[in-house]
Design a protein around this ligand. Structure first.
Ligand SMILES: [Zn+2]
Ligand SMILES: [Zn+2]
Length: 506
């Protein structure tokens, strides 16, 4: 301070203010003194809290704020939300999962859920916050801060802590259990979904506010669980992944909500790599992990010779790999191990293995691995010839996007999905964090066009099989995908029949 001036102290203190409030101060709509007063009065720590305080007209009542500041803040909020840095869903999940597991196993925690874009399974996550209702959270906060990955805490109050985990801000909230369902519902969003629920409540003579559901007489009806609020509104619970605010509330009110696919429906994983190409683990390690996940079947699908992967399966290798798999089938009779491959679609539309080799596989997945750079009608031609090939059962990561760096191919997806339906080629929903491909909206279009989908992990490490399947499932749910659309929600004979039908052209 002596050498650099007092601002050093201010800057270092500001760095510990929860990120949303920091952005708010920097927007110039509210001073540090004012935000401190708001925080003291309302325990506001995030943009969602500020929005709630505005909605409930609480902000203006804080000493030194008033209506002009409140409306300036209200105007600045959307811009602040848009400028908040986002991280990929896979990374957010990797950070949140250990915390969630810890909280869920802690005494006195009834449930723990992520909120915001993470719970809704968006590709890019802005808020990393977890809600875990508790009566007396002091010890739980201490314990959470002792976890190895938590490098330091930014803010701590009675029922809240913000910490840095791998340089990402994570918020933990421990609301009173009696009305924790209201916090979960409001903080999960989306804002449009919450607004649609508010309208629905109003029509029923109720008042839904960020603080909870209020009866006709204005008295708060506490909700320990989110379901309690949906029930009070006369609605079934709406899955977080489809809370976009577009149509789901009206559909729920009509009883038209689909039963979305869930992890429990999945019987096998049809796309993963081993050390025969660029995977990190042996086939046996992948088999052991898949058995532990309770799968009935799995497919080992390594890359073909000219794929851009660091290591590829050669024609020579196919036979030796088949022998290894045959031995593993004897050792592990409780899981069906399909011998497959992920074959590249070459620039001229042919496949990267001769048909004589492809015939030996139980399942053939085909894909493009190059960045764009080719006109979209050229890409479509390559895809079409692959889809018309009787040995190709599935197109993997169809848009070939790279989250968050590269958007997918700019194709005529209406035609693409029609072709998939016509040729009985399965479209993949790939759960690898960099893929999540098809994404939710495209998956929805695919099933609407009559195409079948598979949800796969595209895993390169045994320890990631479950998380990547989970990411794939979330993405499928964002696409309103139901179990009946999902090939690997079916028993193995059905999967084999699907492959055989295409091969024989019947
Ligand atoms: Zn691939
Ligand atoms: Zn792959």
């Amino acid at each position: 301070m002596y050498e650099a001036g007092g601002w050093v102290l201010l800057e270092s203190t500001l760095a510990d203010v929860p990120a949303d409030l920091r952005w708010l101060i920097e927007s110039g709509t509210i001073t540090i003194e004012q935000i401190a007063a708001v925080h003291r009065a309302l325990d506001v720590t995030s943009a969602a809290d500020v929005a709630a305080a505005i909605e409930e007209q609480m902000l203006r009542r804080v000493a030194g704020i008033g209506e002009p500041v409140e409306s300036a803040v209200a105007n600045a909020l959307p811009g602040i939300r848009a400028s908040i840095p986002r991280i990929p869903l896979g990374r957010a999940m990797a950070i949140a999962d250990p915390l969630l597991a810890h909280l869920r196993s802690s005494a006195g925690v009834a449930w723990a859920e992520p909120v915001g874009s993470l719970r809704r399974g968006q590709d890019m996550v802005g808020d990393l916050e977890i809600v875990a209702p508790m009566n007396d959270p002091a010890r739980a906060i201490d314990e959470a801060l002792e976890l190895a990955d938590v490098s330091r805490h930014l803010h701590r109050s009675e029922r809240r802590v913000y910490a840095l985990v791998e340089r990402v801000q994570v918020g933990l909230r421990f609301p009173e259990p009696a009305n924790a369902g209201a916090s979960l519902l409001y903080l999960t969003g989306s804002r449009a979904h919450f607004a649609a629920l508010q309208k629905h409540a109003q029509a029923a003579g109720l008042r839904l506010m960020p603080s909870g559901l209020h009866a006709r007489d204005g008295v708060l009806q506490p909700a320990a669980h989110e379901d309690d609020i949906y029930r009070a509104l006369g609605l079934p619970s709406i899955p977080a992944e489809i809370r976009d605010g577009l149509e789901e509330v009206a559909m729920a009110a009509r009883g038209d909500l689909p039963a979305l696919v869930s992890r429990r429906d999945i019987r096998g994983d049809l796309h993963m790599h081993s050390t025969w190409s660029d995977g990190r683990d042996s086939i046996e390690a992948m088999v052991t992990a898949c058995r532990a996940l309770g799968y009935d079947y799995m497919a080992i699908t390594d890359h073909s010779p000219t794929s851009a992967a660091t290591r590829n399966l050669t024609i020579d290798g196919v036979k030796r790999q088949a022998d290894e798999i045959a031995a593993l089938r004897e050792r592990y009779p409780d899981i069906a191990i399909l011998h497959g491959c992920e074959v590249d679609i070459l620039p001229d539309g042919r496949l990267d293995f001769p048909d004589g080799v492809l015939e030996q596989f139980d399942i053939v997945l085909a894909s493009l691995h190059e960045r764009a750079g080719q006109p979209s009608d050229q890409l479509m031609k390559r895809y079409e010839s692959a889809m018309r090939h009787p040995l190709v059962a599935m197109i993997t990561h169809p848009t070939n996007r790279l989250v968050p760096y590269r958007t997918g191919y700019d194709l005529d997806y209406a035609r693409f999905f029609d072709l998939a339906a016509e040729t009985h080629t399965v479209m993949e929903i790939d759960g690898a964090p960099a893929h999540l491909d098809l994404d939710g909206p495209l998956a929805r279009r695919a099933v609407a066009a009559g195409a079948e989908v598979a949800v796969d992990s595209d895993c390169h490490r045994a320890e990631m099989l479950e998380r990547q399947m989970h990411l794939g499932i979330m993405t499928a749910r964002r696409g309103w995908v139901e179990p009946r659309h999902v090939v690997n929600a079916r028993p193995l004979p059905d999967v084999r029949a699907l492959i055989a039908r295409k091969r024989t052209g019947r």
